[in-house]
Design a protein around this ligand. Structure first.
Ligand SMILES: [Cu+2]
Length: 499
């Protein structure tokens, strides 16, 4: 039995939504926009067919809308969303190529980053490094090949604490016709909101948060609600796609009652792991990380509760109630997704690099710049896209903040097609979810022994832990940063230059 649309919790827009790129989008996108119909000069690992059969044209507009985050009787909050739909969810079959005419309806500059997608560097959405900032009223054309099935998302890459903090994110689900059939599927977007009693927003960042574990939101929500009441047939097989879309919070996702297995991380299949075989029976998930769970429903009337067990106060974000069905009770066998097909690093021949995450201060930052003949040597980052103060760095380098706006030199220079093994050491007292753009990497393991070998685009590195990742480098300038957004905006970001 396939998933019915009614089973899916978030509204879904048909993939054939009539739109197409407007002339304005093409013009405003400039050379890059026009080039979206040609093969870009800078190709990532992803194969971009010259004449794709499954090109999907769509428009996407960033803007503001209202959400009742404080309850049906509470004041509304002015949030950011794509196309007026909080956590707008796109679903496309694997192999599609999206031609996205993006329009900026916000009153400040923005871009769109396609998190976890292997795509040409020109469409990666990092202002200055890969594209100009899209000004208010401006447009940009993105061409996004969907090579890998899984649960992904997209979000801005400028003033992220402000824009993502106010909710600007969309879900991108790439469907694989080879996936096993589930009886129901739900998409769960976890995000806390920093709200005042009148529904307005509190400051997204405070120095005490930015320099430590981050500034937390106190209004915990799943798909904008305190807790979701979901249903699925008794003894049925349920697929849950859970996204940590918070700016700050690390969560320990677990289930109470019922049987469950982890079947994908950051969209990519792994041999299923029953949750009760994971440390403490939970999967620890930092901002930007996603998991797919297979949950087996109990008998009719029974409930499965999903919770964040890391929080000081247990947060139950969803309850699945079993509805009567004629399905017989069979032994629980986790349904494995088809193995991911991504470039795999040659671990024996890979070049080894180590980066240390550390605290830093404005005074300690090296003034190194790019050589004068570098194309980015004269480029300045938009002041909106840099934070005010430096608290963090990677190997003595910090992403610029304050009045420093020159693009720094790369953290590493790499060769396209070559394999790399990168050790990320956490020299701080706080966890950091580290994300590499444009690549899918293999997490080889960590010094704590906590992490199973798996594919991912973001790895959570705990205090005093060292995690090792491996990947095949794709051409372009790819940022490598902490996804606790305040850490990123106060220095914990750099980039790999792959030639
Ligand atoms: Cu961090």
């Amino acid at each position: 039995m396939t998933t019915s649309r009614a089973d899916r919790h978030l509204p879904m827009l048909p993939p054939d939504r009539p739109a197409g790129l407007s002339r304005r989008a093409l013009l405003a996108g400039g050379a890059l926009g026009a080039a979206s119909y040609l093969l870009p000069t800078s190709l990532g690992n992803a194969r971009v067919p010259a004449a794709p059969a499954a090109t999907q044209a769509l428009t996407l507009a960033a803007g503001e809308t209202q959400m009742k985050l404080l309850g049906p009787d509470g004041p509304a909050s002015r949030v950011c969303a794509y196309d007026g739909t909080p956590f707008r969810t796109l679903r496309f079959p694997r192999g599609s190529v999206l031609d996205v005419g993006f329009q900026n309806g916000l009153d400040e500059g923005t871009t769109v980053h396609w998190h976890g997608i292997r795509l040409p560097n020109a469409f990666d959405g990092v202002p200055t490094l890969t594209q100009p900032l899209v000004q208010p009223g401006g447009a940009y054309a993105y061409r996004v090949p969907l090579e890998d099935p899984g649960t992904f998302f997209f979000h801005p890459h400028c003033d992220e604490t402000g824009q993502a903090g106010r909710g600007l994110a969309g879900v991108l689900i790439v469907e694989d016709p080879r996936d096993p059939a589930f009886d129901a599927e739900h998409v769960l977007c976890l995000k806390d909101w920093r709200l005042a009693e009148n529904g307005g927003f509190l400051p997204m960042s405070e120095p005490d948060g930015a320099s430590k574990a981050g500034t937390f939101g106190a209004t915990r929500r799943c798909n904008g609600q305190p807790s979701l009441a979901l249903e699925a047939p008794a003894h049925g097989e349920v697929r849950l796609r859970i996204l940590n879309l918070d700016s700050t919070r690390v969560m320990d996702i677990g289930v109470d009652q019922g049987e469950a297995a982890l079947i994908a991380v950051d969209g990519h299949a792994l041999p299923p792991i029953p949750l009760d075989r994971l440390p403490d029976g939970v999967w620890r998930m930092g901002p930007a990380q996603r998991i797919d769970l297979h949950v087996r429903m109990p008998a009719a009337g029974g409930q499965v509760r999903l919770a964040d067990y890391r929080a000081a106060k247990l947060y139950e974000f969803a309850t699945l109630t079993a509805t009567p069905s004629a399905r017989p009770l069979r032994p629980f066998r986790p349904l494995a997704l088809p193995a991911a097909q991504v470039p795999r690093a040659d671990l024996k021949k890979a070049e080894r690099l180590t980066f240390t995450l550390q605290q830093a201060t404005d005074a300690a930052i090296s003034a190194a710049g790019l050589p004068p003949d570098d194309p980015l040597a004269k480029a300045l980052l938009d002041s909106l896209c840099v934070g005010s103060t430096t608290y963090w760095g990677i190997d003595q380098l910090s992403w610029p903040t304050g009045s420093r706006r020159a693009v720094p030199p790369p953290l590493a220079r790499m060769r396209a097609g070559r394999s790399y093994r990168v050790t990320v050491k956490n020299g701080t007292r706080y966890p950091h979810p580290i994300h590499l753009h444009g690549h899918v990497f293999e997490v080889i393991g960590s010094s704590s022994g906590r992490l199973p070998r798996h594919l991912a685009d973001t790895v959570l590195v705990q205090p005093d832990e060292a995690a090792e990742i491996a990947f095949v480098a794709a051409p372009g300038d790819w940022v490598f940063h902490c996804h606790i957004l305040e850490h990123m905006e106060t220095g914990m970001m750099g980039y790999f230059r792959v030639l």
